[in-house]
Design a protein around this ligand. Structure first.
Ligand code: UD1
Length: 374
């Protein structure tokens, strides 16, 4: 059976890699879990391994924080000898973080097929480091597993071959459904003295939102106005914590430490409203049927708007507050996109293993001529 490296590096990777690993191992593949070390704090890392039942990484690259170039270079430098040593049949990368791109680049240059889970998502905002990571990772990958039809459409429009593109569904939702009962048993609402449906949950960590004190201040003002309607709980990412101290906090917003996976799902599931700049939370709220306002100008997950519970509100405080008031005045509706059904990991494992077992493998290295030549 093939040997497959699965890469995880940062918080949003852990819940995406787990269902793929499980499905590959259930089919007899040898999986080597590599942690790049991009996230390392207990609250960003250890608690997720414990909550998700993810085994300790087989290899830990220990690369840590740094500038984008430093992080990319460190992960590449540490991952290259590992690929040489293990000679994997494939490398699976998930999502859009710096570790995703770095490992895809090493594997592709070593001639090892790369499978990208969560391929095809596009915000079309080149100022987001994640957008660059998505586009380049897709270009380096032989197998592109899209979570939703918009991802397939984007990949086709960019000239990828149809036999590279696989509509697999959403692995984050596999993990959500697998853990929902355990999450709902969490006592976090009790610990924070919250009533179901009686609070808003907010998260903020995108550089575009928290690095500029003016922008952060405007978003906090908006959250402060929402907090006049109902309490706002704000678990704080390390990137945001230091900046919040400088910006000052309006009344009614409660800062809490970053939550573990189960606690955070519990907080989302019982929130009346979620306000966020995260990617994955747009998807989880859609699956949970909880209204979500995304405080960004673009989303790489448009299906959460067209078929889910998400509204893209931008970053203008008046619009955020106005939309929040409208949402609070109307009943929530639950809708889940097709193939967000808890079986994306199975579909990915089946496709990847049959690809690796094929006697003659098509290794698409060029985009379609129509695009290249046009
Ligand atoms: C990364 C991802 C982002 C994802 C987010 C989730 C990229 C480009 N971005 O952003 O897509 O939504 O993770 O959390 O990969 N830090 C700690 N402890 C940690 C990790 C980071 O204190 O365990 C601090 C460090 O000061 C670090 C900063 O947070 O410099 C940023 O971390 P980094 O991994 O570079 O990016 P994130 O902002 O976490």
């Amino acid at each position: 059976m093939p040997r497959i490296i699965c890469v995880a590096g940062a918080r949003p990777n852990f819940m995406k890699v787990k269902p793929v690993m499980d499905a590959l191992e259930a089919r007899g593949a040898e999986v080597v879990l590599v942690h790049t070390g991009q996230h390392y704090d207990a609250a960003m890392n250890d608690v997720f391994f414990a909550d998700l039942g993810l085994r300790p990484p087989d290899r830990h690259l220990g690369t840590g924080s740094g500038t984008h170039a430093e992080q990319t270079a460190r992960v590449m430098t540490a991952f290259e000898p590992l690929v040489d040593e293990l000679r994997p049949d494939a490398v699976v990368v998930v999502g859009d973080v710096t570790s995703t791109l770095s490992c895809a680049l090493v594997a592709a240059k070593a001639g090892v097929p790369v499978a990208h889970v969560e391929a095809g998502l596009r915000s079309r905002d080149w100022a987001m480091p994640e957008e660059i990571n998505r586009v380049v990772t897709d270009r380096l990958s032989e197998l592109l597993f899209a979570p939703s039809p918009d991802g397939v459409d984007n990949l086709r429009a960019e000239g990828y071959h149809d036999d590279q593109i696989h509509l697999a569904g959403n692995v984050m939702i596999d993990t959500l459904y697998a853990n929902l009962d355990r999450a709902l048993a969490s006592d976090i609402l009790h610990r924070y003295e919250l009533t179901p449906g009686g609070y808003a949950l907010a998260t903020l960590h995108r550089p575009a939102n928290v690095d500029d004190p003016g922008m952060l201040g405007a978003l906090l003002t908006a959250l402060g106005e929402v907090a006049q309607e109902l309490p706002v709980i704000l678990p704080v990412h390390p990137r945001t914590a230091a900046r919040l101290e400088l910006a000052g906090l309006p009344g009614g917003i409660r800062l809490v430490p970053p939550a573990g996976y189960l606690d955070f799902i519990a907080l989302q599931a019982s929130a009346r409203l979620v306000l966020t700049d995260s990617g994955g939370i747009q998807e989880e709220t859609t699956a949970l049927g909880v209204p979500c306002l995304t405080m960004r100008d673009s989303t790489e997950r448009p299906i959460t708007v067209t078929e889910g519970t998400n509204t893209l509100v931008g970053r203008d405080p008046a619009r955020i507050v106005g939309t929040a008031r409208q949402v609070l005045a109307s009943p929530p509706a639950k809708r889940a996109p097709a193939l967000w059904d808890g079986h994306a990991g199975d579909r990915i494992a089946d496709t990847l293993l049959s690809y690796l077992a094929a006697p003659v493998r098509l290794r698409p290295t060029d985009l379609r001529e129509t695009v290249v030549g046009s």
